[in-house]
Design a protein. Structure first.
Length: 348
């Protein structure tokens, strides 16, 4: 029998199945650390099972959300600081999902790269597990795709998928009315939106990612990679009061575009921009880019990452519930007749 000297293997084509298996083994402890009631098995199957009754639901409606991290990944890849982008990935999904009134239950990720670096990939997925722990959400599975020719060098991309549930009839928003109070939940920084502009601002400034930060201690990249705040524990506490009317996650489109998504037709909102203190990162970005206030408010969260809506009579109950989970909320405005968002005060 003649040996085929032209034979090729999958490894010859650039795909290392052994590396993929090694990664799965390495991340199993991280995934296990996120287990919560309802999870029925571990990693390794063709799918993941979840028992809604074991999670405490009697007549559940499922809610799903999917998202990515955007070009914030470019900074993480270029600096090698990839440990926290997984938190961003979880945050962008679960913070959206809770705005429907659902409690996040489980999460799956998709990690795609040209050549699998086990250490780098594990750091990313361990960050995803940390985000899941913060959100009390189980990491039940995912997909690691090694695709030579699709991604250059150390480049990779991430997508996340969250599934939650609520009892039938508990959907948000509900019963929002003229005179209701807007309660702002502070952001941790830029979160994961507006980074194409952020990267352009930094490029024009002449600074490098690891140069000293002009508005804080340490490297500029440390502040730009501050992970997105996960609001699940405080917002679920607010949901459990039965008095929460709506939530709005402030993502792409800023305050101007996202708050109206939580308001019924015929109602708008007024926000007092002097009711909270901006983080220095926003002052620097806005000044450096010469952004006018209108553009800034529809690009960045400007310091408010989530807005809760409650009646004036119930606002303190919601504030107390949020505070019980470590958030320091602020009354930032009110719902009123009309449409869109109007502002008083100033960002500067």
């Amino acid at each position: 029998m003649t040996e085929n000297k032209n034979s090729l293997t999958y490894a010859d084509a650039g795909v290392d199945i052994d590396a993929g298996n090694a990664l799965v083994e390495r991340i199993k402890p991280a995934a296990k650390s996120t287990k919560r009631p309802g999870v029925m098995d571990g990693l390794g199957g063709f799918g993941a099972m979840f028992d809604l009754k074991a999670a405490g639901f009697s007549d559940p409606v499922l809610v799903s959300a999917t998202d990515g991290v955007g070009t914030k990944l470019r900074i993480a890849i270029d600096t090698g600081h990839v440990d926290t982008v997984g938190i961003d990935l979880v945050a962008m999904c679960v913070n959206d999902l809770v705005c429907q009134g659902a409690v996040p239950l489980f999460f799956l990720d998709y990690f795609a790269t040209g050549k699998l670096d086990i250490d780098s990939a594990a750091r990313v997925i361990e960050g995803i597990a940390e985000g899941c722990r913060q959100a009390n959400t189980a990491l039940v599975g995912g997909e690691t795709a090694e695709m030579p020719g699709m991604y250059d060098g150390d480049d990779f991309d991430l997508a996340g998928f969250a599934v939650g549930a609520m009892e039938r009839g508990a959907t948000l928003p509900r019963d929002v009315a003229d005179g209701d109070v807007l309660i702002g939940l502070p952001s941790s920084g830029v979160h994961s939106n507006g980074y194409s502009l952020v990267r352009k601002i930094v490029e024009n400034s002449g600074l490098g990612w690891d140069d000293d930060c002009p508005f804080g201690d340490g490297a500029l990249s440390k502040h730009l990679l501050e992970p997105t705040k996960i609001y699940i524990r405080p917002t679920v506490a607010a949901l459990n009061t039965g008095k929460l009317k709506a939530l709005a996650h402030i993502t792409g489109g800023g305050l101007t575009e996202n708050l109206p998504r939580a308001l019924p037709e015929g109602l708008g909102a007024e926000i007092d921009l002097n009711s909270w203190q901006r983080l220095p990162i926003f002052n620097w970005l806005i000044t450096q880019a010469g952004l006018d206030q209108t553009e800034a408010l529809k690009t960045f969260n400007c310091g408010i990452g989530m807005i809760a809506i409650a009646s004036a009579a119930d606002a303190q109950s919601i504030i107390d519930a949020l505070q019980s989970e470590g958030i320091e909320p602020l009354q930032i405005g009110r719902v009123l007749s009309g449409s869109g968002v109007t502002y008083t005060g100033s960002l500067t």
